[in-house]
Design a protein around this ligand. Sequence first.
Ligand SMILES: C[S@@+](CC[C@H](N)C(=O)[O-])C[C@H]1O[C@@H](n2cnc3c(N)ncnc32)[C@H](O)[C@@H]1O
Length: 280
Amino acid sequence: MEIFKLINDGSKILEKRNISSHKLDSEILLSKALKKDRSRLLLNLNQFVQEKDIENFNALIRRRSQREPIAYILREKEFWSKNFYVCKDALIPRPETELLVENIVKQFKNKNISILDVGTGSGCILLSILSELKNSRGIGIDISQKAIKVAKNNQIKQNLSNRSQFLLRSIDRIYGYKFDLIVSNPPYITQKDYNNLDDDIKKFEPKIALDGGNDGLDVIKKVIYKSKSILKNNGTLAIEIGYGQYKKVSKILKEKKFKTKFLVRDYRENIRCILSTLQK
Ligand SMILES: C[S@@+](CC[C@H](N)C(=O)[O-])C[C@H]1O[C@@H](n2cnc3c(N)ncnc32)[C@H](O)[C@@H]1O
């Protein structure tokens, strides 16, 4: 069977499952099955594909039609222009988190700082920041043993084992360190919103990475409370928050004597990250 026919067949199957990116997904999965760039496939649409590759492709289409995210099927996701290893044990890095990284990199360019990444997941935040701040060091923590394994995999992949460390630890249990920067993309979805998430997310991504408790603020609060004692004087706390959480989170920050330094908005003008400093 030819490449164009396979792409169309795969696309139709995915379209029937209401997957809006059906054509693109079919092309990406065929390029995975054939281990060839997507652009090469598109330039050779009439080429015949071997039976064993067709079987592999059909198996990938079946996985996607069950709504498994493309990133888990490919076992990689691009973040901050680098390929990160991902699997169902860690959240798939999101584009909005790149906004957090971008603003931190701007603020700390050429500085030599110590960083704590709380809820590191795949390690994407810490490793991306360290790839830019060449004289800085950092620790990533997570309560998921499986996520720490994913982060360690990426630490090697990004060649950053000499400046990063990943520990299985809850934020409550960090003692004896002081940091210039604490960064976190914590789980912040409310229990109610969690139940309404798309199947792509709810059925495949770890609940522990998304569910922020009743009001979505359980882990955010822990990060703010603990940061008071482990942030250096004038240190920065940078937190990603969910839609509509700004008022509640900024109130907690104020109560704990943090002063807002910078707000990061997404493309729809929603405040998605708060950078604040601790005034002691
Ligand atoms: C939204 S995910 C973020 C993953 C990654 N940093 C990213 O941006 O893609 C939140 C992570 O926080 C972790 N987590 C939840 N509660 C935690 C806690 N008390 N201390 C440390 N990590 C926690 C979860 O296991 C999950 O990996």
